[in-house]
Ligand binder design. Structure first.
Ligand SMILES: C[S@@+](CC[C@H](N)C(=O)[O-])C[C@H]1O[C@@H](n2cnc3c(N)ncnc32)[C@H](O)[C@@H]1O
Ligand code: SF4
Length: 349
């Protein structure tokens, strides 16, 4: 698998209404999570009585593999396994193995909170996973506990990162969501710790996902502000994208100690080149990370639809896609002041 190739889609690849191809698919393999990060699955909403999916309601590995094969035939080249927490899904490495065999898939990635990574890194690598993204917002134990919903698992996450490096899942990328007043004062510690190692830190602007994560524009730390702070201490230079449509803006340290990335979907939306879609764990196809409505694919699959019928459904949904949520965020939020209408299954349920 080549992780750096962005192919021009073939004649069978649909374009949406804004001329964008379908290139990346994020697959939620598990709606549950062992954390309750307030910006994603706040405890008040995802409490002990919250109704998560029953296992038979989740797509099976066979269904995920079949759909991935169909998506690949439409031009998808990159799959990202996510959740919820994907490593809560039993035998996830088996799924990785199945997906690796799909013709056309050039890159399979996994995003995890890292708690269970030390247990699974070797197996995942043996089944064909080549890289992993670990979410880690801070190295400060108290701040970590707040940002994970009360879990004191920082050491486990750090062990997971070490295990991933040892297993060859490199470069390990770290996703750090930065929220003003919460962990912004610890952002540079992450840079200091991982500069010059096989780990690339990427800072993510706090996004208004879900309806109850108490998002406010003033809590977003714009990437340019963080970049300036980093630059003042370790000079950085912008560097080229790995492929068109890459989400993170990459900056390299002038002293050769690697790079940092910024995912700036609030301050610099990148909808114009967005070629990503997602599949929820119950089999809904969403054409935007922020979409509220998804197309049910599990129903047709389980009702016996053949490949041509499922392809027709996917093509149809992509063909009418006009999503530009991040570019229209202000307007949409004004139109939905209580923020209920932008509830999304970003967490993958
Ligand atoms: C939803 S999680 C799922 C995978 C896994 N549980 C994890 O945390 O890596 C995927 C990524 O979304 C990010 N994320 C979740 N809510 C976010 C928000 N409100 N703003 C920005 N990023 C967010 C997380 O930090 C994580 O890196
Ligand atoms: S960001 Fe990941 S670890 Fe945190 S609650 Fe969401 S799914 Fe769980």
């Amino acid at each position: 698998m080549n992780t750096n190739v962005h192919r021009i889609p073939g004649p069978l690849s649909p374009l949406d209404r804004l001329g964008r191809p379908l290139h990346d698919l994020r697959i939620s393999v598990m709606d549950r999570c062992n954390f309750r990060c307030p910006y994603c699955m706040p405890k008040e909403q995802y409490h002990e009585h919250y109704r998560f999916l029953k296992s038979q309601e989740r797509l099976s590995f066979e269904e995920i593999t079949r759909l991935s094969r169909l998506f690949a035939s439409l031009g998808v080249r990159k799959l990202r396994l996510t959740g919820g927490e994907p490593l809560l899904r039993t035998n996830l490495a088996d799924l990785v193995g199945d997906l690796t065999d799909i013709p056309g898939i050039e890159d399979i990635a996994l995003t995890t909170n890292g708690v269970l990574l030390a247990q699974h890194a070797v197996d995942l690598h043996a089944n064909g996973l080549r890289r992993v993204t670990v979410s880690l917002d801070t190295l400060d134990k108290a701040v970590f506990a707040r940002m994970s919903g009360g879990f004191a698992a920082l050491d486990q996450v750090l062990s997971g990162i070490d295990a991933a490096i040892a297993a060859g899942l490199t470069p390990v990328k770290i996703n750090a969501v930065i929220e003003r007043g919460l962990n912004d004062h610890t952002a540079l510690d992450l840079v200091e710790r991982f500069r010059g190692s096989p780990v690339i830190v990427r800072f993510i602007e706090f996004m208004d996902v879900g309806s109850r994560n108490n998002w406010r524009p003033d809590l977003v730390v714009p990437s340019r502000e963080l970049a300036a702070q980093i630059h003042a201490r370790w000079p950085i230079q912008p560097t080229s994208q790995n492929y068109p449509g890459e989400v993170a803006q990459r900056w390299r340290f002038e002293d050769g100690a690697g790079e940092v990335g910024f995912i700036s979907s609030v301050s610099q939306p990148f909808c114009g080149s967005c070629s990503r879609a997602r599949l929820s764990s119950e089999g809904r196809f969403y054409t935007c990370l922020f979409a509220t409505q998804g197309l049910d694919l599990r129903g047709p699959l389980r009702a016996g639809a053949d490949d041509a019928e499922v392809l027709q459904l996917i093509r149809g949904a992509w063909g009418v896609r006009a999503d530009r949520y991040s570019e229209l965020r202000e307007e949409l939020r004004r139109a939905a002041p209580e923020a209920k209408k932008i509830e999304m299954n970003y967490i993958g349920g």
